[in-house]
Design a protein around this ligand. Structure first.
Ligand code: COA
Length: 254
């Protein structure tokens, strides 16, 4: 755990999971600190991802509430970490970004306000990103002498392409929703104040599909990014054969 890590009493209950039908809604609740992702909060999020409310859901929405998504890693914890402590961090609470990305259910990030640094890394780990018009995105890490390191460089490169990722990461600049949408960082701009409602609508659509269809398709989508074209084509075909064999017969409910 990071030096100067926060104690549990300081922000207990900073991550909430609730169910809305088949959809699990995960809310970051540390708005006073702009949902800064302390190691404690990351550990809470990791725990939330293993709760029965979440594991039995068919789609997941992640949100920061009504004013902010997340201002990123808790900068008060970033000092004095040795390389060994950082390696350990990524084995513990820092693994949450990859655990979230690997969820079998489809995931939707409902974003408003600041979505910076680790907050943007978390959003990029979701399958779909929907934002309020007032959302602001960026990687401010260079300003404090570091770089996005919880999947940010890796995922942004794959989602936005190398040129736009360099622009965001090296300049440390912030962009609004118009550019974010044009760059493919977000898939939809919701009406003002409707980011969560819009994300829930999309999540409910996703929850209608067979869980097996969603999870296998997500695995193929992930693997195809790094696989050779021939390997990816074979993977699609084998996954199709598997899903075709497990799909409900036509006319049966999904
Ligand atoms: N880590 C820890 N605390 C943070 C934080 C972060 N990343 N971002 C905000 N906070 C805290 C502030 O210290 C402040 O705490 P205080 O009220 O006890 O003083 C509180 O959240 C509100 O922040 P404030 O800066 O007053 O809000 P703002 O709306 O004017 O600005 C930001 C919001 C996000 C633009 C600004 O807080 C900021 O730049 N944060 C750092 C972002 C960053 O560098 N993230 C990447 C880390 S790698």
């Amino acid at each position: 755990m990071a030096a100067g890590a926060h104690t549990s009493s300081e922000h207990k209950g900073s991550v909430e999971v609730r169910r809305e039908g088949n959809v699990a809604v995960v809310t970051l609740r540390r708005e006073r600190k702009r949902n800064a992702l302390s190691t404690y909060m990351e550990a809470e999020l990791l725990r939330a991802l293993h709760t029965p409310e979440l594991t039995s859901s068919r789609a997941v929405v992640i949100t920061g509430g009504d004013t902010v998504f997340s201002a990123g890693a808790d900068i008060t914890e970033l000092r004095d970490m040795t390389p060994a402590a950082i390696a350990n961090y990524y084995r513990e609470s820092g693994s949450v970004y990859e655990v979230f990305a690997a969820l079998p259910q489809p995931t939707v990030a409902a974003i408003t306000g600041y979505c910076l640094g680790g907050g943007l890394e978390l959003a990029l780990a979701a399958d779909i990103r929907i934002a309020d018009p007032a959302a602001v995105f960026g990687f401010p890490e260079v300003g404090i002498g570091i770089l996005p390191s919880s999947g940010g460089v890796t995922r942004a490169t794959r989602i936005l392409g190398p040129g736009r990722t360099r622009d965001l990461v090296l300049r440390g600049r912030r962009i609004g929703t118009a550019i974010a949408e044009a760059w493919g960082l977000i898939t939809e701009i919701a009406s003002a104040g409707e980011h969560l409602a819009t994300a829930l609508t999309v999540a409910n659509e996703l929850a209608e599909y067979q869980p097996m269809t969603m999870s296998v398709t997500k695995q193929v989508l992930d693997a195809s990014i790094n696989a050779s074209q021939s390997a990816s084509l074979v993977l699609e075909q084998i996954a199709y054969a598997l899903l075709n064999n497990t799909a409900p017969a036509s006319g049966e409910p999904r």
